[in-house]
Design a protein around this ligand. Structure first.
Ligand SMILES: NC(=O)c1ccc[n+]([C@@H]2O[C@H](COP(=O)([O-])OP(=O)(O)OC[C@H]3O[C@@H](n4cnc5c(N)ncnc54)[C@H](OP(=O)(O)O)[C@@H]3O)[C@@H](O)[C@H]2O)c1
Length: 293
């Protein structure tokens, strides 16, 4: 009998890529959405409605599930959402949880998101089910937030100073998650994997890769925390998220993210995607509409 895998965060960046990565695998896929109007790229997945804020709404979604891919959206209530999902999973008799955490999650992390993730990591470790935790580095897909500026002006402004980051393509996170979910449940039980891309990069080097892929000039503009805050508030980004981004930017600017691991290659048997692959595959997003082929 194929196992049933419940995908949370099913309309988001990583889980969308995970649904793609599991396409064609011998599993029954079930995708959780909290807004019935938002349909995930579900392939053959069954779509179920449930809200991580409301434990009572989750029971039907978890019924008959063996494996849960557990991703909580960013925010101060992430540990509560996570607890609600683990509660529902345990009550439904789920066998294995594969959790998306974050690079450097720890009780003494220099960012509150990392500290919140540490709470859910600890809870997962004692959840009574088989478990695996993935701690990915900064997503290359975050650069898509700068795509409008890069298309329009050939520049992007970030408060990362000269910080270097072992950034990872979210598609590789998804493929690692798929590997774990498709392997025997005992194989990765009790393991925490820190996932990075193949090299640690400064944002001037990212600009150089964009320039090569797009065939036009692209420059990284280092800006102050205050300037970045003003821009983000201008886009309507909620204050907690603005603070969180600033805490990470300060950590990265100080060299906290300047490392890579070999874990993606060990799990997938191939090198992780490079920034050059990412910008080539997303070149259209960084190109003004009138110049797109
Ligand atoms: N960005 C990074 O560089 C980075 C690096 C490492 C780790 N992380 C971690 O990655 C996670 C975010 O992953 P992502 O970027 O793939 O997510 P995302 O694109 O922000 O998507 C979040 C998902 O959660 C769903 N959701 C929101 N509220 C919900 C609720 N109340 N009940 C059920 N589902 C709900 C959203 O649905 P709707 O779309 O319908 O709202 C969406 O599918 C966070 O935990 C973050 O800390 C991020």
């Amino acid at each position: 009998m194929p196992r049933t895998v419940l995908i949370t965060g099913a309309t988001g960046t990583v889980s969308t890529a995970l649904i793609d990565a599991l396409d064609g695998a011998e599993v029954n896929l079930r995708a959780l959405v909290h807004d019935p109007a938002r349909s995930p790229r579900a392939g053959g997945a069954e779509v179920v409605v449930g809200d991580l804020e409301d434990p009572r709404s989750l029971a039907p979604a978890f019924e008959g599930v063996q494996d849960v891919w557990l991703l909580t959206p960013n925010g101060p209530r992430a540990p509560e959402h996570h607890m609600n999902a683990l509660w529902a999973a345990r009550q439904a008799g789920v066998e294995r949880v594969v959790r998306l955490s974050v690079v450097g999650a720890a009780h003494d992390a220099p960012n509150r998101s990392g500290r919140l993730h540490a709470l859910s990591d600890r809870e997962t470790e004692q959840c009574g089910m088989r478990w695996t935790i993935l701690r990915p580095h900064w997503f290359m897909q975050n650069l898509l937030n700068e795509a409008g500026d890069i298309s329009a002006t050939g520049t992007f402004a970030m408060n990362m100073a000269a910080g270097r980051v072992g950034m990872i393509d979210a598609r590789d996170i998804a493929e690692c998650a798929a590997r774990v979910l498709l392997d025997d449940p005992d194989r990765h039980h009790g393991r925490t994997y820190t996932l990075t891309g193949p090299r640690s990069l400064g944002f001037d080097e990212v600009a150089g890769e964009l320039e090569r892929a797009l065939g036009r000039s692209v420059a990284y503009l280092p800006v102050s925390d205050d300037a970045k805050r003003k821009t983000l508030f201008g886009y309507g980004v909620p204050p907690w998220i603005v603070d969180m981004l600033e805490e990470y930017a300060q950590a990265y600017a100080s060299g906290w993210g300047d490392f890579t691991t070999g874990t993606v290659a060990e799990l997938l048997g191939r090198r992780p995607r490079d920034i050059a692959d990412f910008v080539r595959d997303h070149a259209a997003a960084f190109t003004p509409a009138e110049r797109r082929a």
